[in-house]
Write a protein of this length. Sequence first.
Length: 425
Amino acid sequence: MLDINTIKIAIIGLGYVGLPLAVEFGKQREVVGFDVNDKRIAQLIAGTDHTLEVSNEELAEASQLTFTSDVEALKECNFFIVTVPTPIDDYKQPDLTPLIKASTAIATVLKKGYIVVYESTVYPGATEEVCIPVLEKASGLVFNQDFYAGYSPERINPGDKEHRVTNILKVTAGSTPEIADFVDEVYNSIITAGTYKAQSIKVAEAAKVIENTQRDVNIALINELAVIFNKMGIDTQAVLEAAGTKWNFLPFRPGLVGGHCIGVDPYYLTHKAQVIGYNPEIILAGRRLNDGMGEYVATQLVKTMIKERIRVDSAKILILGLSFKENCPDVRNTKVIDIVNELQEYNIEVDVYDPWVDASEAKREYAITPVSKPLANQYDGIILAVAHLEFRQMGIDKIRALGKKSHVLYDLKYLFKREETDIRL
């Protein structure tokens, strides 16, 4: 059994989840931060985090944290935490490739007594059914005899400076009762909010995947209500505010559902459900509805332009915001791109402006080159797609000034009053 006072931790994957975790552990003990992206490693060694999850000062405080892309450096470690992405493929099926590659890399340095903890979001059973066999095969060691495993689902909320890794309650689990206690103790050393020890790894996996599935289904309901109310000529926000006066009404709002969590995690659960012979109806219905909101927004805008006698063919539209959420540079699985693609089907020229997003990343991921600064009196339509603080601070007059004399302003995020905009979701 490892000694908590002498363990050396390796964090595999230094993105939005792995880096904040590595920094917190690195303030207390020796930690190796590993990532296959050499550019990312060079940036972190230079003391900067482009995701903006960790400040330069926080990086400097993690005095015992080192960064590397060399697997050989992992030989010094005996407690591994895997925080790689778990995306979906073009067919909306789980893509476990990053998880398998990470497990394969760890297996090359795995020794007796070592522990491997997974934080990546997966379907219930994935750790023991997919990852453990990879570790066993590549290392020649026997699970729960030579090495052990744990699971502690990530709960990072990108861009959220209030809910950080240390003040969010952490769920933990281990492959044996003793390992569960040890994993829990390790996390408790940095998590000020405390930990919750789950009954098993599968329970912890399931708990994580339903957190975002629940939100997805609830937002889908509100999105459907918004579509209904729009057809009835009723302001959705006004309805939600009125209903919200009841103490147990849930305060969900309509909108685009993208990102690496809510728009992805439900597909992991539905995949596993179908594998065991059950076809999930509510979850998949919610996914279909949320995935269709970008097309719906574009159609609404076009219909309003036609009513206002604004020519649609060759029109010029400005979309304010590209990241999947406000005050965050993360463009992974952003649904703003669905609006862009749908508008282009109408032969509309689309400009995107987002002060948070790295232009080279937008170009690489979506073949979009955001404008550096939108000019006044240029646009037939404007869509407020992301609620960045900068857009709110611009004020309605400056945003309106970007449009031509006759234009349509669509406020997806309820940044301004109903009477100040032309359409709201």
